[in-house]
Design a protein around this ligand. Structure first.
Ligand code: 3H9
Length: 704
């Protein structure tokens, strides 16, 4: 049995300490330990109260996620434990020493009182796993804090800081340190005062008052379209909270919760989201790197380039409390960049999500540097200038001369050759890619790109730094576009070919939007600006790619996208909503005709496969070449960097769910129909189908 609970008597109380490192999930041994501990405490007349706490860095991180979908384990169930606690005539106090999430907070809600240390977050994040709180959270939280606040907490799944939990009434006391002593003192007070126990199931005031709020659930359901489009669990959550509000019978509400939890548990979205949870954590485990790998101690950073990317990266450092210098070869650009950073922070302050003091502290950590020479003492430098290999080489040559020995030298290139950049230095072992996604201060993904010479120390430091900056880091091999951009190239190319062959931008975009991405490729292209690619192609003397013909033709007519209200779509002044435009359709049909296409009709199914299967095929190539370590790494990249819906689990998970034999059959058909080499099936895909295996069945491969 995994995990245990230590039992001791302290004064008048039994102290149960959960021990299941690192974060104390409610694994079988913990459930049994809590059950045994409660039984022992209830049977001992000398024990007047029970205090429950966690060892290690959490109180309880929730149910043991690895047990979902696995065979049932023997021993006490969580329900058995909660029943004992809730029926106890001796007061039970939670000493929340660290994270109390999901089933962890639900255990605390079965206690009569909750004392939390200031640094401990609490929350019910089950929705992020395609689940809902299934141990009474949907019934007890509304009784404790009212339905509106409970809907906010459970539907968002966001962590709540202990001081905010105190304000909401989720916890009864917040202390700065030694939460166990505080909880023992709290329970002594209850015992001495002879106060009756306080069971949340018996609280009714808040939910009865909520019955007057006719529009609460209608409004909450309408909001789901904005916040959780396509997801199954959120509507189930509302159903449960509604049952808590409108039923006088607590157990009837619990029955609704049980049934809805079962439906979520059986839903494919649950499996996909839990796949992403574990994939994000597995991505941190790099064969050849261990906890013993010595890391560079990062105390200070430097960023080159004060554009959107460089500014965003500097904010990431400041947000993590790391002092950072920023340089731009254009002094005005540097000032502009600093203003943009300040504006970004000011907006967050205005929204109430950051205090003015925190903003001032972060701004103070960002120091402009007039010259590159000022960077000499920084522990890490990240180059974030525009994508030009010669310029990057020139910068790294300079950095080699300037930076102190042992500093980490990283390029934020989104796809250029990291080895060519490293070769300009006398220390290629200290060079790697750190590819942030725009806007860098918002996007969670970081691709750490392993150059041929990058040392384990360099790679380990870049991965650890990513974690410190709050990123989900994935290691990628050094190939054009790395993981994400190499794959997206295949997706965009097919979308562009389809509009030449007969589809319309709105048809393609609508299929992709319905699938779950925030926008389709053409709305996205309009947002980025069609003129960027057009100008770059012109500078290189034009492009022979037929997929460039339509965007070039649109730009020739001054249709640059959202920025001037005309692109693939047209836009009303001040609006970002794309409106289909017959003029752009005429351009598309003209170019398509000029190239000799006979326009044909596309089904939605065909459009989806043409867009998504290149991701799968290129993903399989990346795995085969060793440029990606695991299929889960690729899914992590797509979910965190490209807006792929997490409840579909990423492109590789999606392919497994379709059946790889079906995916391969379609890819072969596209290859035969088009003769396009891009559709040549990846050898790994063919091998997996021949062996009846899935991407998920693969072990982490070695880097190529
Ligand atoms: C639930 O509770 C359902 C109930 O309502 C109803 C039941 C009937 N289980 O993230 P980290 C592992 S659903 C198993 O790197 P951090 C994690 O995989 C659950 N394992 O650390 C990793 O393993 P490894 C609701 C778990 O400090 C290690 O612990 N709860 C669990 O950055 C360290 O994790 C949640 O959704 C778990 N519950 O963050 C909370 N949690 O070292 C999910 C973690 O082998 N967890 N592990 O890679 C989290 O949000 C974060 O892990 C936490 C720590 C904030 C706790």
């Amino acid at each position: 049995m995994k995990g245990t609970v230590h039992y001791e008597v302290r004064g008048q109380s039994a102290l149960l300490s959960i021990d299941n490192p690192p974060v104390n999930p409610l694994s079988s041994g913990v459930r049994q330990g809590l059950f045994d501990g409660m039984t022992q405490a209830l049977a001992d007349d000398a024990v007047k109260a029970v205090v429950i706490t966690g060892l290690n860095r959490a109180f309880i991180a929730g149910a043991d996620i690895s047990e979902f979908g696995a065979a049932a384990t023997a021993g006490a169930s969580l329900n058995d434990v909660l029943n004992l606690m809730e029926n106890s005539q001796k007061p039970v106090v939670a000493a929340i020493n660290g994270t109390a999430f999901g089933g962890g907070l639900e255990v605390a809600l079965c206690c009569d009182y909750r004392v939390a240390v200031r640094s401990a977050p609490v929350g019910l994040p089950e929705v992020k796993l395609g689940l809902l709180p299934g141990a009474g959270g949907t019934q007890r939280l509304p009784r404790l804090i009212g339905a509106e606040a409970a809907i906010g907490a459970i539907v968002s799944g966001s962590p709540i800081a202990a001081p905010d939990a105190l304000k909401l009434g989720i916890v009864d006391q917040v202390v700065d340190e030694d939460v166990v002593s505080a909880a023992l003192a709290f329970s002594d007070q209850i015992i001495d005062s002879g106060s009756p126990t306080r069971k949340i199931r018996n609280l009714t005031d808040k939910v009865i008052a909520d019955r007057e709020r006719q529009d609460l659930f209608v409004q909450a359901a309408a909001n789901l379209d904005q916040t959780h489009r396509g997801q199954f669990a959120p509507a189930q959550i509302l159903k449960c909270i509604e049952a808590a509000v409108y039923s006088d019978d607590f157990d009837a509400g619990m029955a609704v919760e049980r049934s809805c939890f079962g439906e979520c548990l059986a839903h494919p979205q649950r499996e996909a989201l839990i796949h992403i949870f574990f994939a994000e954590r597995a991505a941190n485990k790099i064969p050849g790197l261990s906890k013993e790998t010595p890391l560079i101690d990062i105390q200070s950073a430097a960023v080159i380039g004060a554009g959107t990317m460089g500014g965003g990266i500097a904010m990431c450092f400041a947000n993590a409390g790391i002092s950072v210098q920023i340089h731009d070869n254009d002094p005005e650009g540097l000032q502009r960049g600093l203003k943009v950073i300040e504006g970004n922070y000011a907006r967050t302050v205005a929204k109430g999500r950051l205090s003015q003091q925190a903003m001032d502290e972060r701004m103070a950590l960002i120091q402009p540097a007039a010259t590159l020479e000022a960077f000499g003492d920084a522990d890490v430098v990240i180059e974030a200038v525009y994508e030009n290999l010669d310029l990057k080489k020139e910068i790294f040559t300079k950095l080699d001369a300037i930076m102190k020995p042992g500093a980490l030298l990283a390029t934020n290139t989104s796809g250029l050759d990291v080895d060519a950049i490293a070769a300009c230095t006398s220390r290629p072992e200290f060079v790697c890619g750190m590819h942030f996604f725009s806007p860098a201060n918002v996007m969670r993904l970081l691709e750490v790109v392993r150059g041929e010479a990058s040392s384990p120390q360099t790679l380990g430091t870049a991965m650890a730094l990513g974690k410190r900056l709050g990123k989900v880091s994935v290691m990628a091999g050094n190939c054009p576009g790395f993981i994400g951009n190499r794959m997206i190239g295949g997706y965009s190319r097919q979308a562009n070919l389809m509009i030449l062959e007969g589809a319309t931008p709105e048809q393609v975009d609508s299929v992709i939007y319905q699938f779950g991405l925030a926008m389709g490729p053409f709305a996205m292209a309009d947002m980025v600006g069609l003129d960027l690619g057009w100008r770059a192609r012109k500078m290189q003397g034009g492009s022979n790619e037929i997929t460039a013909r339509i965007p070039d033709a649109l730009c020739e007519l001054d249709r640059y996208g959202q920025k001037n209200g005309l692109g693939y779509y047209r836009y009303e002044a001040g609006s970002r909503a794309p409106i289909p435009d017959p003029v752009s359709l005429e351009v598309i049909e003209r170019v398509s005709g000029d190239l000799g296409y006979k326009r044909k009709a596309f089904s939605d199914d065909e459009i989806l496969k043409r867009c998504i299967y290149p991701l799968v095929n290129i993903g399989a190539q990346l795995l085969d070449e060793g440029h990606a370590l695991r299929a889960g790494d690729i899914d992590t990249v797509y979910v965190n960097g490209y807006g792929f819906p997490s409840h579909i689990g990423g492109p590789m998970w999606f392919a497994d769910a379709q059946g790889l034999d079906q995916v391969l059959a379609d890819i072969r058909r596209f290859h035969e129909e088009t003769g396009d080499d891009a559709w040549k099936p990846a050898p790994l895909l063919e091998r997996l189908v021949a062996e009846g295996k899935s991407f998920a069945s693969l072990d982490a491969c070695a880097f190529g």
